[in-house]
Design a protein around this ligand. Structure first.
Ligand SMILES: [Zn+2]
Length: 451
């Protein structure tokens, strides 16, 4: 480590209590995507304490804060990105009573890491030693949940995409960024490089329209939307053998509403489905099979069906240049007591809108532990706050510094060598091409015995 890098570590360690307190505060005040108003405000306060100004309200709650005045520097701008949102898991002991949300995916550690890194990187001597510019970003809505809310916002013209980074790309918030640095939490006691591929997906909001009737006296006069939903689930499950193993297709969903009373035939059932796969070709094929399954269920039961398709996230694209991050983790290994875990590079069958960022620019992505329990589960706890928050801040800061020192030499190399799969225009056209609503009208037969 050079002298500046040692200084970065010293600054972060000297502020470790503040950093951990910030992480704990965000953990206990979890908010859902595009509703992270308190979280966003807390981030702004931290940036302003460092003397930085903020652009706020980007994709509703997103924030950008530049290390040096925007546009004042030659060379690339590196985004140091932390997500703000949480999950609707109200039975977590630290779920916030106001929102019913909890940080069971550990995004609070990402945001805390960015705040901790900013404290060190804003030191005048440290800032001076870097070329280009840094943009500390708090981004909304990584979890693809609370779909009814997002769908309504889209219908009202207040939102284009369900994913926060996708929306930021659409709105131009990434137009002045050339390279990105991101993080994710994982359960365990180590850290690792997380430049792995992941599944892309589309989301389906499904509504079956039936006809109610007395469930005991005259069920034959009704059209049971729950029967259509049951049939759809079976049809979808039976598609399984049509998927290739290497495409890692995942189709999973739930009934989000259906039925009102045991003695009333349900006239209305809503479902949510995610259709994921390793490549757009794979998940768009699976999505067609899901549509087919839904329509077949509607036809078999006489129900109508509306299928609202929302673009999800791109399949994660791998930036092969992990040299700088590797060197940072090696140095941390030497300091102990944590270790570089090298098994985090397998394909992830989940999805992440960091994949959308990586579609346009190189992404350097790492993970840190400090949590126990299974992500997206109410048993998630922060067991080691120093690792979860402070080490995360150090990796963010040291990696950003090493990419940007010597006139941003390493960042420039990475940008030059990276083969982005799409331009922004191609990306937006691809995303928009997936978003549609399709309706099949009900085709009820005349009721036997009735005029
Ligand atoms: Zn997550």
């Amino acid at each position: 480590m050079d002298r500046i890098e040692e200084k970065i570590c010293q600054i972060i360690d000297s502020k470790k209590d503040e950093i951990m307190a910030f992480g704990r505060d965000i953990f206990c005040h979890a908010e859902l995507g595009y509703k992270e108003h308190r979280t966003s405000q807390k981030f702004v306060e931290e940036m302003e304490k460092l003397g930085l100004t903020c652009e706020t309200g980007l994709a509703i709650t997103g924030v950008k804060s530049y290390l040096k005045p925007k546009g004042s520097q030659e060379g690339p701008t590196l985004a140091v990105i932390g997500e703000m949102d949480a999950l609707p898991i109200p039975n977590h002991p630290d779920a916030w009573s106001e929102t019913g949300a909890s940080h069971c995916c550990g995004h609070n550690a990402q945001l805390t890491g960015v705040v901790g890194a900013a404290i060190a990187l804003c030191d005048p001597e440290v800032a001076q030693a870097m070329g280009g510019n840094l943009c500390f970003m708090a981004v909304p809505a990584e979890e693809f949940v609370d779909i009814e809310f997002k769908s309504q916002m889209m219908k009202d013209g207040k939102l284009g995409y369900g994913g926060g980074k996708c929306e930021l790309i659409r709105l131009g918030a990434f137009d002045d960024i050339q390279i990105a640095l991101g993080h994710h939490t994982f359960p365990g006691a180590d850290y690792g490089i997380y430049n792995s591929s992941s599944n892309g997906f589309v989301n389906k909001t499904v509504t079956f329209q039936g006809r109610s009737s007395h469930a005991a006296d005259a069920p034959h006069e009704g059209i049971d939307a729950l029967n259509a939903a049951t049939s759809a689930m079976v049809n979808i499950a039976l598609q399984q053998e049509s998927f290739r193993d290497e495409d890692t297709v995942r189709v999973h969903g739930f009934i989000s509403g259906g039925g009102t009373a045991v003695n009333v035939i349900a006239d209305h059932v809503t479902m949510q489905y995610s259709v994921r796969g390793k490549t757009p070709e794979a998940y768009l094929d699976a999505a067609k099979k899901v549509d087919r399954s839904l329509k077949a269920a509607a036809m078999a039961t006489g129900c109508g069906v509306t299928i609202e398709t929302m673009a999800g996230y791109m399949s994660g694209v791998v930036n092969p240049d992990t040299q700088v991050l590797e060197s940072v983790l090696q140095d941390l290994d030497a300091m102990g007591p944590y270790h570089h875990r090298r098994d985090m590079l397998t394909h992830a069958t989940g999805s992440d809108d960091f994949g959308d960022v990586a579609t346009l620019m190189p992404l350097v992505h790492f993970c840190t532990g400090g949590y126990v329990g299974n992500l997206h589960n109410p048993d998630v706890r922060v067991e080691d706050e120093y690792l979860a928050y402070v080490v995360t801040a150090k990796i963010f800061a040291l990696t950003a510094y090493r990419l940007m020192k010597n006139g941003a030499e390493k960042a420039k190399e990475n940008i030059e060598h990276y083969k982005a799969p799409m331009t922004k225009e191609e990306y937006l056209a691809f995303m928009d091409g997936m978003q549609r609503t399709e309706t099949v009208d009900p085709e009820p037969l005349p009721i036997v015995g009735k005029e």
